[in-house]
Design a binder for this molecule. Structure first.
Ligand code: PEP
Ligand code: MG
Length: 595
């Protein structure tokens, strides 16, 4: 329970980590010791092998029993959706790579149980470390937490349960396992800080669901902060302040009160309709990467899924997912979201989305290379498998299919032909498939903007992917921090592109949505409504924020405001003029622009 203090902490010592869950927490630190147990590997005699294997099996059984108990005790409604994490850990405890290989090492190489387990864990960690995708790399922490539990059980060590914390505290830990997080008492633990982890670690995901401020990835916080240190964490900026001075304390207390007030106000928007003061409504939908995110999206008030990024299905197995594996995932999504639609985007790999299993070739300029629909139209068999799985899932509820990175009409026609061919083959084979699947495209390239009127005649809907559209329109690599300052959604070129897309959709009588990050930023809601978007799809956590702004706008006023913004020459001028409008509308939410 103690950590060595390596430096003297002075008043207002600031540490900066990764902002994992927003909000401000002010309390004292409670250090939780999750240090790895020291494991000694030793040779055993053949006679010792059987008792060592029995001890290992016993540790597995005890670990399972502990996890089941954690699951049963987590009655909290907000946690129920996340208990799949514990289920994942239970599955790992049945995994042959972990359990079978450890037993084989004890038996064949005559190594003691904890030594053998440690070797297998090291091997698994190396595999995870080589994965480039952030989400999947973070799953290494699942292996760590299972490994720690098994080793503690093998060595007969007990660990402090977070359920036992009976004072108001900010938990300071090297890492927290999902089982730890699920056990916390929210009335006591007001924040987390950890040495390791990223925005997509389970601890971060859970902290956001529980609405507990958290800062992760602080690297050495456990060795800097003694138990009981007064501290402040700002989970929106990733800042941690140790031993706050009276002035800092007052400042943050005010910030906290303001944040908490705005958050509590936000809750009431979940169940309210997404409409303007004069009754103009549009669909607010969720972006997801995994089916498991749907319950939380529904709870946030998502009226459907506007973007199901399917590439993650391709990152988890040994190779590309089979038709049946995909069908099961899509069907589960459709059933969980019904009667609202699920928009399934076909595979969008390449560029910054690298999938090791697909052996993508090295390209000098991957953002403009063989990515998204270009890849699908080359790897026809992968594409056809995905189309069949989507068509079959459409039997179970409303499905829309969406093709990414379209740059010409020929691509759309080719995609539609493949879709028709697969539908016909399914019918010929007597397999049920959805009768009406709406077909849409993502508008992400300047070419698609310029020929939007031609494209609109080919499809049922457009969805604007601003993350890519802005990158290609302004020639700014979306992942390059050196040019990030030029990534401006309010650039007049972007506004004109959006206007052109919306007017082409309107003229053709098709729906037009947006699913890039811009759709979820409440400051832009007024502009997007004025442009005529009929759907905004976003990280579900932003739905209430956008709704809050929408419900204060008069649709009859927005056209005039947009006309004014469209007449301005620079991104700064547009942003300042919009900032002024938004400040008038919501002085507490949007600061008055200084320009
Ligand atoms: C986009 O480009 O805006 C988009 C939603 O797609 P992705 O971020 O997956 O490229
Ligand atoms: Mg994109």
């Amino acid at each position: 329970m103690t950590a060595s203090v390596k430096i003297d902490i002075t008043e207002d010592t600031i540490l900066v980590g990764i902002a994992a869950a927003p909000g401000i927490a002010i309390s004292r630190s409670h250090l939780v010791n999750r240090d790895r147990m020291a494991v000694i590997e030793r040779r055993i005699s053949p006679a010792e092998a059987a008792p060592e294997i029995a001890a290992f099996r016993d540790a597995v059984t005890r670990s399972k029993a502990q996890l089941i108990e954690v699951k049963e005790q987590a009655g909290n409604k907000e946690l129920v959706d996340h208990l799949y994490i514990i289920d994942t850990h239970l599955l790992i405890l049945d995994d042959d790579m972990l359990i079978g290989e450890t037993i084989a090492l004890i038996r064949d190489e005559l190594i003691n149980a904890e030594g053998a387990l440690n070797r297998v864990l090291r091997k698994l960690r190396r595999v995870f470390d080589q994965i480039s995708d952030e989400y999947l790399r973070e799953r290494r922490s699942d292996i760590d937490s299972i490994g720690d539990r098994l080793i503690r059980n093998l060595l007969g060590e007990t660990r402090e349960s977070l359920a036992d914390i009976d004072e108001h505290a900010i938990v300071v830990a090297h890492d927290l396992s999902p089982a730890d997080t699920v056990q916390i008492d929210r009335t006591k633990v007001v924040g987390f800080v950890t040495d390791v982890g990223g925005r997509t670690s389970h601890t971060a995901i859970l902290a956001r669901s529980l609405r507990i401020p958290a800062v992760v990835g602080l690297e050495t916080v456990t060795s800097l902060v003694p138990d009981g240190t007064p501290m402040i964490i700002d989970g929106s900026t990733g800042t941690v302040i140790l031993k706050p001075s009276p002035e800092t304390f007052r400042d943050y207390l005010q910030k906290k009160q303001r944040y908490d007030y705005l958050e509590s106000e936000l809750l009431q928007f979940r169940s309210l309709p997404a409409e303007t003061m004069d009754g103009y409504s549009l669909a607010l939908r969720g972006n997801i990467d995994f089916v498991d995110e749907i319950p939380a999206a529904r709870e946030q008030g998502a009226q459907g899924i506007g973007l199901f990024r399917t590439e993650f299905l391709y990152m988890t197995g040994d190779g590309p997912p089979s038709e049946d594996e995909q069908f099961k995932a899509y069907r589960a999504a459709v059933e969980r979201m019904a009667p609202y639609p699920v928009t399934i985007r076909t595979l969008d790999v390449g560029g910054d989305k690298f999938v090791p299993e697909l052996n993508l070739s090295d390209e000098v300029n991957p953002a403009m290379g063989l990515r998204a629909v270009r890849f699908s139209l080359k790897e026809i068999n992968l594409f056809r498998t995905q189309l069949r799985a989507i068509l079959r899932a459409a039997v179970f509820g409303p499905v829309r299919i969406m093709f990414p990175m379209i740059s010409g009409v020929a691509e759309v026609r080719a995609c539609k032909q493949f879709l028709e061919r697969e539908r016909q083959e399914l019918i010929d084979a007597g397999l049920p498939c959805g009768e009406h699947v709406e077909v849409g495209i993502m508008i992400e390239t300047p070419a698609a903007v310029l020929i939007a009127d031609h494209l609109a005649k080919e499809v049922d809907f457009f969805s604007v992917g601003t993350n890519d559209l802005i990158q290609y329109c302004l020639a700014i690599d979306r992942g390059n921090e050196h040019v990030a300052y030029l990534y401006e959604p309010m650039h007049p070129a972007v506004l004109q592109a959006l206007q052109r897309i919306c007017s082409a959709a309107r003229n053709a009588g098709i729906e037009v949505g947006m699913c890039g990050e811009m759709a979820g930023e409440d400051i832009y809601a007024l502009v997007l409504i004025a442009l005529g978007f009929s759907e905004l799809s976003m990280n579900p956590a932003n739905i209430s924020r956008v709704k809050r702004v929408m419900r204060k706008i008069n649709h009859s006023d927005v056209k005039q405001i947009l006309d004014r913004l469209m007449s301005l020459a620079t991104a700064d001028e547009v942003a300042a003029a919009l900032g002024k409008e938004m400040h008038q509308l919501y002085p507490q939410l949007f600061a008055e622009p200084s320009l």
